[in-house]
Design a protein around this ligand. Structure first.
Ligand code: KIV
Length: 285
């Protein structure tokens, strides 16, 4: 059993940052190296998102990842992320059906992977799941706006709340999640006006991804920020590196060196004393 490395007092750091007027920096991570990079770079909180389904497991939607698969990745990140809070993401199908299943899954992310809190998607129908998980002593982060677990095809990744009616639904959902006891909210792919209105109307930290600049914090997907993924990024992604190109170039140069006998060099191998080589040759006849 893994225990939270940063301790139960970890989540108040989000509220403290908000009180200090400092934007909260959340980043996803999916394994030991990405967790270490996030922590060493000084982000405030790490989310092992179910986006792992697509970024690291090669599935076509986030709906395909299982609890067991995400737990393996979350445990690896927890080994790396020892000083800042770690959020587990409840996978599709693991919490929606009953309060009991929601609590059981959330408990696995805390007990088996050492998470400080869990995140789940949606407000409609999820409020009693949130209340039940909190009653079990586990902090919950809500998620409104674009809900990737409801998306079944690439065309589904579109902004939500661009008309007043849908925007009102999203804002109401955010307020209901706060009332249900969520410690923070992720707001994804909504007009900046809607991100700002949610931030005005709730008191818990609002962490945006494609929700404009008025939210109390920002989250990005590790692979998007570093340019590790394939294909086009969403409008809200700013790439700070072209890591995929760097990696492909490095592997290509190594393959060329192998094929042209430039790798390995003498210095990249182990030596053996001449007399031992002689003795070995004699033994081999
Ligand atoms: O799964 C994930 O990476 C997320 C972020 C987009 C917030 O939920």
């Amino acid at each position: 059993m893994t225990r939270s490395a940063s301790g139960a007092s970890a989540l108040p750091t989000l509220a403290a940052l908000q009180r200090a007027g400092q934007p909260i920096v959340m980043l996803t991570a999916y394994d030991f190296p990405s967790g270490r990079v996030a922590q060493e770079a000084g982000v405030d909180v790490v989310l092992v998102g179910d986006s792992a389904a697509m970024t690291v497991l090669g599935y076509t939607t986030t709906r395909d990842i299982s609890v067991d698969e995400l737990l393996v990745l979350t445990r690896a990140v927890r080994r790396a992320v020892t000083k800042i809070p770690l959020i587990g993401d409840l996978p599709f199908g693991s919490y929606e059906h009953s309060d009991a299943s929601a609590v059981a899954t959330a408990r696995r992310f805390v007990d088996e992977a050492g998470c400080d809190a869990v995140k789940l998607e949606g407000a409609d129908g999820m409020l009693s799941r949130v209340t039940a998980i909190i009653a079990a002593g586990i902090p919950v982060i809500g998620h409104v706006g674009l809900l990737p677990q409801s998306v079944t095809s690439p065309e589904g990744y579109r902004a939500r709340g661009r008309d007043a009616e849908q925007a009102l639904e999203i804002i109401t959902g955010a307020e209901q999640l706060e009332a249900a006891g969520c410690v923070a909210l992720v707001v994804e792919a909504v007009p900046s006006e809607v991100g700002a209105l949610i931030s005005e109307r709730v008191r818990i930290p609002v962490i945006g991804i494609g929700a404009g600049g008025a939210t109390g914090g920002q989250v990005l997907v590790y692979h998007d920020l570093l340019g590790l993924g394939e294909g086009r990024s969403a409008r809200f992604v700013r790439r700070y590196a072209a890591a995929r190109d760097v990696l492909i170039d490095a592997v290509r140069r190594w393959a060329d060196d192998v094929r042209s006998h430039r790798f390995p060099s003498a210095e990249e191998g182990y030596g053996m004393p001449v007399e031992e080589v002689e003795a070995l040759r004699k033994k081999l006849g």
